[in-house]
Design a protein around this ligand. Structure first.
Ligand code: SF4
Length: 397
């Protein structure tokens, strides 16, 4: 049975509650789900129901295609002037001994290590420190582009931009234009956490507000550029806070169309100030991916970070609305492992990523940052793959 047949069977199920049936019908008709319906999905939608709706939308948009990219991360520092309660990664400046602070040269050396590797993107994000100011990042981006012009620079979030623009006394529009001129090509989705101040003030009090996060993305989109968006879920928030977060993203996307991908980020409780908060279950994670796919009807892609949720859950998520599982990573990020993710040294070869996707019947596509197809791996044979050795049967005349 294909995804549409499954949805039609669901609609004919006499046991399905009327409000859920109404939402399922809207999905079939490609109509937008309202805020209240979003909350209903969280409160009443069972995993199998949500999976049918989300998979229908996913397969309408992408069929079986599942995207990944070949990237590496640079995390300039894990020291930070902020003190977000959920953060397992940062060390306050007073704990300097436990941190790292890369110099410009050290970061360029990391880039050079990939000179002969077929990576397409460098993802730069880390803590916030005064010495990493606007001039520093302008110089870094320019130097990377001068060294390797076709390496896509995806860097920093509104948390850093708000801080460095304020210090440099430039407004968001000017700041983003100057970053673009220095070589910035897209923005990752981090720093969004949860927009609603009721939650944000408790978990990430001092950094940019939700409104400022959205304004900076809007300025970036106005330059014709693309970015991603995240949501940190599964801690102290209520369901309606998640819907409120997605509503604000959907609203901005209606105006600019600049977002490419939505990435739900599961709260992990290792070694942070919220270690007493229980983590969400895998079922809740899958429900959340599915609701994101249903609610964000103007986002092309829903991504799961395999390094954060484990390889198996990433495979499962491909049936719950997800069509992208991020990149090879090459063990260049500590953000997930320090928060307690199963993957303590995240890195997968292209072949491993391709197999992970194929093993659940999906179609692996390597993309660049802007979702241009680099390689279609559906019928691809890896050069180093051991070939079966057949011997010739004797021919009997
Ligand atoms: S989440 Fe980001 S801004 Fe907050 S403390 Fe951690 S590194 Fe700093």
């Amino acid at each position: 049975m294909d995804a549409e047949q499954q949805l039609r069977v669901l609609l004919n199920d006499a046991r399905l509650a009327e409000d859920l049936k109404h939402i399922a019908q809207k999905v079939l008709n490609h109509e937008r789900v309202t805020f209240d319906e979003g909350v209903t999905l969280y409160k009443k939608g069972e995993l199998s129901y949500l999976g049918i709706l989300a998979n229908y939308i996913r397969e309408k948009r992408h069929g079986n295609k599942t995207y990944f990219n070949r990237n590496f991360h640079i995390e300039p520092t894990n020291l930070c002037v902020y003190d977000c309660k959920f953060c397992s990664y940062s060390r306050l400046i007073k704990q300097r001994g436990e941190g790292w602070e890369y110099t410009m040269e050290e970061m360029l050396d990391i880039v050079k290590r990939y000179d002969n590797e077929p990576v397409t993107e460098v993802h730069i994000v880390g803590g916030v420190l005064p010495q990493y100011d606007m001039a520093f990042y302008q110089q870094l981006f320019s130097a990377i582009k001068a060294h390797r012009p076709n390496l896509h620079v995806k860097a920093l979030t509104p948390v850093e931009y708000h801080y460095i623009f304020k210090k440099a006394k430039v407004d968001y529009a000017t700041g983003m234009r100057l970053m673009k001129e220095s070589g910035l090509e897209s923005m990752p989705g981090g720093g969004a956490e949860l927009f609603h101040p009721e939650v944000r003030d408790q978990i990430a009090k001092d950094k940019c507000t939700g409104e400022q996060w959205l304004q900076i993305h809007e300025e970036w989109h106005k330059l014709g550029m693309r970015s991603n968006a995240t949501m940190l879920y599964g801690h102290i928030e209520e369901y309606w806070h998640r819907v409120d977060h997605m509503e604000q993203l959907r609203h901005l996307q209606d105006r600019t169309g600049g977002f490419q991908t939505f990435i739900p980020l599961k709260f992990r409780n290792k070694d942070n100030q919220m270690s007493n908060v229980k983590e969400s279950s895998v079922v809740e994670d899958l429900r959340n991916y599915a609701i994101a796919r249903i609610y964000l009807d103007n986002f092309d892609h829903i991504k799961a970070y395999w390094a954060m949720i484990s390889r198996t859950t990433a495979q499962l998520s491909l049936s719950f609305g997800v069509d992208d599982i991020d990149g090879t990573l090459d063990d260049t990020t500590k953000i997930y492992s320090m928060a307690g993710a199963e993957e303590q040294n995240p890195g997968m070869s292209t072949k491993q990523l391709v197999e992970l996707i194929k093993n659940v019947g999906r179609h692996p596509i390597e993309r660049d940052t802007l979702y241009n197809v680099i390689t279609d791996y559906q019928d691809y044979e890896f050069a180093d793959e051991p070939k079966p050795h057949f011997y010739k049967l004797p021919v009997i005349n």
